[in-house]
Write a protein that binds this ligand. Sequence first.
Ligand code: V47
Ligand code: SF4
Length: 379
Amino acid sequence: MDSALNLACVTQSKTHVPSALDDIVEKAANTERLTPDEALMLAQKADIHVLGRLALHRRTALHGQNAYFVFNQHLNYTNICQNACRFCAFSRRVGDKDGYTMTVDEAVQHVRSRKDEPVREIHIVGGLNPELPYQYYLDLVSAVKQARPLASVKAFTAVEVVFLAERGGISPRRVLADLRKAGLDALPGGGAEVFAPALRARLCPEKVSGQQWLDIHALAHELGIPSNATMLFGHIETWADRLEHLLALRELQDRTEGFLCFIPLPYQPHHNDLGAKGPDGLDTMRMLAISRIFLDNVRHLKAYWIMTGIKAAQMGLWYGADDLDGTIVEERIGHAAGANTPKGMTREQIVQVISQAGFQPVERNSHFEAVKPAQPSST
Ligand code: V47
Ligand code: SF4
């Protein structure tokens, strides 16, 4: 075991009999790859301090004291959706009075309204709106890109990509190629939920399968479009479901190396009909730590402050996370489901949050490259 970790004090006592768990802890401390069964035992049996130390060891080896954030803007262009995922409080049906769809011009207005701020990434996702033509999506990406030529456009989940392909009667490959031509830089990680088929059938029966989600990301990586990956946790899934999900991501990443970041999304329990209660703080730390330890080939791990809460995101940096996402300003999906956080933070606030947690704030772009704070006039 790495002596720097010195986990003996928490795993052993004079009367301690070495166990299978000790072997797994030692393997993890030596940065060896864990099997799903080993990770499952670690997740369920290891002391929270041991997990934290192991995860911190990994995150420090990768990133030192750095903790990343991006100056970004979220754009949820429509909440109209033909699906009805049971955990979702954001979506509305065609005709609902609180349904909305932005025209491309309105979306550009949103982006322009922040033209004096040094935004480096526009994150665009929405519902599956059957009334929007294929061309809308291409126009949206190219208009946003034109309005913000120096910002990356990270747009449309794998679920939206499949929807566009089906509606346009074209292949997902063609959709991704068209979007890229229009200015798409990366895919966000949403829509992954939990891959386990039986669970997915209960959570989001109309949604693309886990395999389809993985296939779209594999295709994006093949076309040179990097992406993120998420997992919705803390509802009705088990640790075995979580590990199955992480394994599928690890296997794909071994093949493509296209994932930039993994984001475990803590389930927000309000205004939907799933009835689960959401993870507590310890479960969120355990989830982050196991993600950091098991997903050894995805470089970045995000504690998404909008959904974890700001204080838990700070703690998350000690449990394996190295990224807090960003300034955001107008988040709707987590807040529709009761997220109890501000809708955005200023750069000064996020820098302070990271510094006060004991880490070095580093502003990044969508590709996780460190950048100098941009001046508003350069955007
Ligand atoms: O796909 C829906 C999730 C996702 C709830 O790629 C919920 O950088 C919690 O994917 N509780 C959208 N989560 C958000 C997302 C994301 C966010 C930030 C950064 C990135 C990135 C991606 O939100 C959906 C769904 O999985 N979601 N309802 C809920 N009640
Ligand atoms: Fe629609 Fe996405 Fe909500 Fe599911 S999670 S209902 S696909 S907006």
